[in-house]
Design a binder for this molecule. Structure first.
Ligand code: NAD
Length: 260
């Protein structure tokens, strides 16, 4: 029980990577907040966790909406007695070549990935600083926090930007024992990635199997997808780490796709 009674606020946790982190954290004793745009799916995920004996609540919110973020964090803090861990994970993907990207899609991507990270961080830090028991902020970056790929200009830009936010929060949070780190996964087969496979096949004029083998997994050491559990285990390590020795870092979990 590495996270016994810690309160974990996890955005985008009604699906994919965030949901797996919620499952692993609940198993480790955390009280988990399933914060997602899809309120129905958030409630269903919370109900699944409660059925296993965990403490969980679903909160409907759009991470780009300041009022909804503040209300969601206040609701969670009131229900569970504060906030100890933030996983800023909600995200989407839109792929086009730069010259075809609409300004509206560019802004939407930056809003979800960067404004969402900022707004949830600001709302949760308020509680972490006031509580005086430290905290852990974890951003869901990507290999695209370190490396670029075709067709993903705003995603790559936003994921690089999260590292800057993380480093600043690590410096400002240190005196309150609040740590900040970024997890940088390679391709994980979640709905976000399933959607990209046919889209990239169409844009690049190749088959879906070729997208997987020659685009997504080409640079890995073994041609394997990273799993949601791989990412959740790294989140657990960051969340449970007891000192400021591990802060301001970004860790790539990608089957060797990107080595630093
Ligand atoms: P997913 O589509 O399975 O889940 C994303 C969740 O975020 C969904 O439940 C969705 O409802 C929620 N969401 C979307 N917009 C939101 C908003 N505005 N406010 C609140 N919730 C919102 O995707 P995933 O693959 O699990 O991705 C989670 C994170 O991991 C994203 O930040 C993504 O960029 C990152 N990531 C994914 C991969 C991958 O290969 N899947 C790799 C690296 C990084």
């Amino acid at each position: 029980m590495q996270l016994k009674d810690k309160v974990a606020f996890i955005t985008g946790s009604a699906s994919g990577i965030g949901k797996e982190i919620a499952i692993v954290f609940a198993r480790e004793g955390a009280k988990v907040v399933i914060a997602d745009l899809n309120k129905e799916a958030a409630d269903a995920t919370a109900a699944e966790l409660k059925a296993t004996g965990a403490q969980a609540i679903g909160v409907g919110m759009d991470v780009t909406n300041e009022d909804q973020v503040n209300a969601g964090v206040e609701e969670a803090a009131a229900a569970f007695g504060g906030i100890d861990i933030l996983i800023s994970n909600a995200g989407i993907q839109i792929v086009h070549p730069v010259e075809e990207f609409t300004f509206a899609d560019w802004k939407k991507m930056l809003a979800i990935h960067l404004d969402g990270a900022f707004l949830t961080t600001k709302a949760c830090l308020k509680h972490m600083y006031a509580q005086g028991r430290g905290g852990s902020v974890i951003y869901m970056g990507s290999v695209h926090s370190k490396e670029a790929s075709l067709l993903k200009a705003p995603y790559v830009t936003a994921k690089h930007g999260l590292i800057g936010l993380c480093k600043t929060v690590a410096k400002e949070g240190a005196k309150y024992n609040v740590r900040a780190n970024v997890i940088c996964p390679g391709f994980v087969r979640t709905p976000l990635v399933e959607k990209q496979i046919p889209e990239q096949a169409k844009t690049l004029g190749i088959t879906e199997a070729e997208v997987i083998k020659n685009v997504m997994l080409k640079e890995t050491v073994d041609g394997e997808f990273t799993t949601t559990d791989d990412v959740a285990q790294v989140a657990l390590m960051f969340a449970g780490f007891p000192t400021n020795a591990l802060t301001g870092q970004s860790l790539v979990v990608s089957h060797g796709w990107f080595m630093q």
